[in-house]
Design a protein around this ligand. Structure first.
Ligand SMILES: NC(=O)c1ccc[n+]([C@@H]2O[C@H](COP(=O)([O-])OP(=O)(O)OC[C@H]3O[C@@H](n4cnc5c(N)ncnc54)[C@H](OP(=O)(O)O)[C@@H]3O)[C@@H](O)[C@H]2O)c1
Length: 266
């Protein structure tokens, strides 16, 4: 069975990636005890290993790789970097929604550590195991928010920290793609589309569902476009088809869950 490490697998899209019986899954989470949805999954699937790791703490990821290595004999086929900070209370903020510049700076720096340095930490930590496999696939879960054409097409002036920092992560993935190309790696960024993850958002569930509705109506009002969120199941099923079909020609691309290179709605 192929092996996948899913970084940030406690809930939402990552949880769905981890909920599979036909592969060996290493579900890396920063709080294994508190990841109740994932613990339920691991109780049903013996192939799902819950492993501790926080993407802002590089040494915790190095420890995670040791645990993976013990199960796989030193290899890993696929790395799916999904972890990100999408705190519903802050993620939709625009430049004017911070109390002052100090608050804005602090929010950006804290998000940068998770959403941009996080994937660099995860790829670097798992690289020795990925190099030992013949598969050599790295998928960073991206977002349409990080695309400048989408920003214009959907008139998205808000979600500033999230969008700018995910854009930095997109470039980081491209840098890894170029760096690792001659070793036979395929490194891509993959957009999941808009996904309603409120069902596993715990106390933020209602606020997240309301924010997604508000976001969809504001896009509709500004552009006339209908944006309907998918379920995590729908999005991940589509993403897995893209991941299963990855080829060397995809290396370095920003792909969309429906296949092909990411392109904004119009
Ligand atoms: N949902 C969408 O519509 C959408 C659209 C475009 C792109 N995306 C992308 O898809 C990915 C998943 O989004 P989602 O909606 O599923 O988000 P989510 O439900 O908020 O889940 C985020 C995941 O990241 C984990 N995480 C956060 N900080 C972490 C850290 N320091 N170390 C390890 N794990 C950490 C969370 O763990 P905890 O439970 O410990 O917080 C959680 O498992 C993200 O990369 C996001 O940018 C989502």
């Amino acid at each position: 069975m192929p092996s996948y490490a899913v970084i940030g697998a406690s809930r939402g899209i990552g949880l769905e990636f981890a909920s599979r019986s036909e592969t060996v899954i290493f579900a890396v989470v920063r709080n294994p005890e508190g990841s109740t949805h994932l613990r339920d999954v691991a109780a049903s699937f013996t192939n799902v290993h819950v492993i501790s790791g926080d993407v802002v703490d590089y040494s915790s990821l190095e420890c995670a790789t040791k645990q993976v290595s013990q199960v796989t004999g030193g290899k890993l086929d696929y790395l799916i970097h999904n972890a990100a900070n999408l705190d519903v209370n802050t993620v939709f903020k625009g430049f004017d929604d911070y109390a002052n510049m100090e608050e804005l700076d602090s929010a950006f720096i804290s998000a940068y550590k998770i959403n941009s340095l996080g994937p660099i930490h995860a790829v670097t930590a798992f690289l020795p195991l990925l190099r030992a496999s013949n598969t050599k696939k790295i998928v960073d879960i991206g977002s349409g928010a990080e695309d400048s054409k989408s920003t214009r097409a959907l008139r998205l002036s808000k979600t500033v920290a999230y969008a700018m920092i995910k854009a930095a992560a997109l470039l980081a993935a491209t840098k890894f793609a170029v760096k690792l190309q001659d070793e036979g790696f395929v490194v891509v960024t993959l957009s999941p589309g808009m996904v309603d993850c409120s069902a596993t958002a715990g106390a933020d569930s209602k606020a997240l569902a309301d924010s997604l509705k508000e976001f969809s109506s504001s896009v509709k009002k500004n552009t006339g476009l209908e944006v309907t969120p998918q379920t995590p199941e729908e999005s991940v099923a589509a993403q897995l088809k893209v991941i299963d079909g990855l080829e060397p020609s995809h290396n370095g691309l920003f792909l969309q869950h429906t296949g092909g290179e990411y392109r904004p709605r119009s």
